[in-house]
Design a protein around this ligand. Structure first.
Ligand code: GUN
Length: 294
């Protein structure tokens, strides 16, 4: 079997097109243009790249975007003050504080300070609580897990009654993805660094989500024939010719492609969908703001 690739790039382009149309309609009807503010503390190159990509994606769908750059020596109070200003700014509908933060700042304190109605990352405990309760409408579902669900749907796979195995238990990806799959009526297993026999679990998976941040974690002999495999990894590895880096996932693409029915590529799978779903959340935040001010 050779897996079909789930084209996240094409799906994301389609979603962005729908968002651009809806944003234009909102602006015409209400005069409100969705606005996203991304806060970058310090100069971590990967974080700077992600924030730039998010800003560019906003521009392309007609949102206002605003990047706040703060020095890596900023204090927690300075960042809290910045968040308070953005919470109070009526032109900003979505706030994103790029993680990780420098060690002098507690990310939980910052997340808690962001207004839940502007928390387009879906990290605030109020929004996490809604997700746990199965309320996927009132708040915001974090972008990567929401994108994963769209990719699974794009492959034509209905999770009802399927075995879904998630490798990784992070707050950003593993846990919320497990919850979304559970709400979609899959039977879920969450594996992690202390799981005794990883392959025994992954071989049962109809839907396998790899979100660990380590190349080659999933090999072909760990995959059930015909499975749908979602590769969330974005690992930078040095190129063989010594010329910079290339991006690889958590899945050994060649061996898994021989066994799975569907597989997301890296790059061009989950990554573009994460940005598209962040835009979708920002649009939703702006639509809510428009409805509550009319
Ligand atoms: N760092 C890595 N992924 C994310 C994300 O989805 N949101 C934020 N704010 N920071 C991140």
């Amino acid at each position: 079997m050779t897996a079909q690739l789930i084209d996240g790039k094409a799906l994301a382009a389609r979603v962005r097109g729908e968002i651009a149309t809806a944003a234009e309609r909102l602006a015409n009807d209400t005069g409100i243009r969705p606005g996203l503010s991304a806060v970058l503390v310090g100069d971590d190159p990967a974080s700077a790249t992600y924030v730039r990509m998010k800003g560019k994606a906003c521009d392309e769908v007609g949102f206002k975007s605003h990047i706040v750059r703060m020095p890596g020596t900023s204090t927690q109070d300075e960042l809290l003050e910045q968040v308070a200003q953005l919470n109070a700014d009526p032109e900003i509908h979505g706030i994103l504080v790029q993680l990780p933060l420098p060690s002098q700042i507690d990310p939980d304190v910052i997340t808690l300070a962001i207004s839940p109605s502007k928390d387009v990352d879906g990290f605030h405990p109020t929004n996490v609580g809604r997700l746990v309760a199965g309320d996927l409408e009132t708040g915001f579902v974090s972008a990567t897990p929401a994108g994963i669900m769209k990719l699974i749907a794009e492959a034509g796979i209905d999770p009802v009654g399927r075995e879904a195995v998630i490798i990784g238990r992070s707050d950003i990806v593993g846990k919320p993805t497990a919850l979304l799959l559970m709400h979609a009526h899959a039977t879920i297993t969450v594996c992690h660094s202390r799981t005794a026999d990883l392959a025994a679990h992954t071989r049962r998976a109809d839907i396998l989500v790899a979100a660990v941040g380590r190349p080659n974690t999933v090999r072909g002999d760990m995959v059930k024939p015909g499975a749908t495999v979602i590769d969330v990894g974005t690992n930078r590895v040095p190129r063989e010719n010594g010329d910079g880096y290339r991006l690889v996932g958590d899945v050994d693409h060649a061996s898994v492609a021989d066994v799975a029915a569907w597989l997301t590529p890296v790059p061009g799978g989950v990554g573009p969908m994460t940005i598209a779903m962040l835009l979708a959340n920002t649009l939703k935040a702006a639509e809510r703001a428009a409805a509550s001010s009319s």
